[in-house]
Design a binder for this molecule. Sequence first.
Ligand SMILES: Nc1ncnc2c1ncn2[C@@H]1O[C@H](COP(=O)(O)OP(=O)(O)OP(=O)(O)O)[C@@H](O)[C@H]1O
Ligand SMILES: [K+]
Ligand SMILES: [Mg+2]
Length: 654
Amino acid sequence: MNALTLRQALPGALRKLDPRELVRTPVMLVVWLGALLTTILSVTDPSVLGWSVTVWLWLTVIFGNLAESVAEGRGKAQAASLRALQQETTAFRQRTDGSVEEVPSTSLRKDDLVVVVAGQRIPGDGDVVEGVASVDESAVTGESAPVIRESGGDRSAVTGGTTVLSDRIVVRITSEPGQSFVDRMIALVEGSERQRTPNEVALNVLLSALTVCFLAVVGSLWFVADFSGAQQSVLVLTALLVCLIPTTIGALLSAIGIAGMDRLVRRNVLAMSGRAVEAAGDVDVLLLDKTGTITYGNRRASELLPLDGVTQRELADAALLASLADETPEGRSIVDLVGERPDVPAGAVFVEFSASTRMSGLDVDGRSIRKGAASAVTAWVGRTDPGLDVLVQQVSETGGTPLVVAEQDRLLGVVHLKDVVKEGMRERFDELRAMGIRTVMITGDNAVTAKAIAAEAGVDDVLAEATPEDKLALIRKEQTGGRMVAMCGDGTNDAPALAQADVGVAMNTGTTAAKEAGNMVDLDSDPTKLIDVVEIGKQLLITRGALTTFSVANDVAKYFAVLPAMFVVAFPGIDVLNVMRLSSPESAIVSAVVFNALIIVALIPLALRGVHYKPASATALLRRNLLVYGVGGLVAPFVGIKLLDLVVSLIPGL
Ligand SMILES: Nc1ncnc2c1ncn2[C@@H]1O[C@H](COP(=O)(O)OP(=O)(O)OP(=O)(O)O)[C@@H](O)[C@H]1O
Ligand SMILES: [K+]
Ligand SMILES: [Mg+2]
């Protein structure tokens, strides 16, 4: 926190003096009312004590607002650079007859089709429905290497404002004006979309209850003082009340939440809800999709393996026919491998790939050709073949995906689809294990391939041949055991699972459906980013816990620091308790109020940065934090108020 951010945050902090802004934090509202009361008292009956208390009570409210303003201010610069992405461009919208018209990008609606060629900016969020292109997404992700975006598969989503580097694509717009991905990012980093999490609401209720308790304490003190002839003024009691209620955590609570979101954004993760960030701190199981999540997802046909008695040519022809209209990357890669592009036969009926059938193909002139997962195609043919099993096994053991090709009742052979495991997976999964998180890969692929990839990547467990329903069912099962489940995925078939998971992280390379279903998007499409997400979540929970402990311990300590000084004149016997030896009751009160205000400012950096987190057991962390922040909170006021008293007592009239 430097002078510049402070100066930028100050106007916001002053604006938040509006009591309507404070209703959300009852503790600070009480301070506001207290400040108003002492202002009135000081105007009607001016005194040095009165005005000192009044000024510092107002400062307490401002400092509280400042914390939130500083947290919000950190997102402003980021928002400004994102806004640059939103500048209006010309879009080439396709009419229904196929011709193209020029329109401003701002007029695009959902389901419009736009053509984008090399060198042009993509005018809005959408899915590629035709073609393949390399796209520069650095404006959004900060990553300079171009990425491939293509129709059909799990890499079809494009973001408005990014630039096509090569080729031509047709994009179906998926967002209405003002609701784009970048719009949401801006709202997020600016904090304007932030909603309080159930945990924050619960803590606020607790703080309000404490406030009511202390109100009762101070009220009864008034009576006791009255009865015993040690009358205390309303001014002094108001000051005492503010010192006792949990102002520190009340002031810092929302800043802690905003800072957590901000830390995620800095690591290129967009959290759509604060609740997801908190849930991440408690994750027990991480489920991951294989293709495109653990592997790069660029599954390409590399080899044709015909069965005995089938020629290479026969297999190639059948595989080609079954792929001519298959717009998935896998289908296109088969066409590329064969290296021919014959015309689609007249009257052909295509069978599109789906994650539940795990097959695709075509029917023409009484011929029926299919390709797909071995189990699916052999079931379709009605039998299997020992020779085929050998080929399937052979491809699977290398971690490749075997696609079996068949025509009618005849099995023809296998297409070997190759994919590569992303770098550094093993080390990162080891790290997750050390944090106590179990990793499970769930894939639609066969068990042997799944095992091979799982062994290479180092995940703990696998679920193979999983349909979208299976993925969802697995998450539900884990959750009923009381476990917190995170899911990383990229495909439309992952969407239900992403929506069900407590933390659903969609890969930015994935489909729009996946991104909308999850509650986080990783711009770097790195599933092991979950480690950072979990750390940030834990840090958020720990920081909130630590500062709450500190705040409450502080308030209790202030009570014992100030009370003896207040009553020592009336009851000289109390002098033994007056260990602080503050110079006068007035000076004690002012010092306590000043300390109460300054501690908020002192803790803003910690609230924003977060308490240091090291992987350790929850009980060890709790013990350490209770010690540091509990004991620290008890001791700090004695030291702080004593030092302040030395200065405050120099003020004439106190
Ligand atoms: N274009 C295609 N035509 C026919 N079959 C396909 C095609 N693409 C994939 N398959 C088969 O369907 C299976 C499941 O599909 P897919 O890979 O999309 O499932 P998934 O659940 O997303 O798993 P993952 O992404 O982890 O591999 C694949 O393993 C493969 O055998
Ligand atoms: K306080
Ligand atoms: Mg997938």
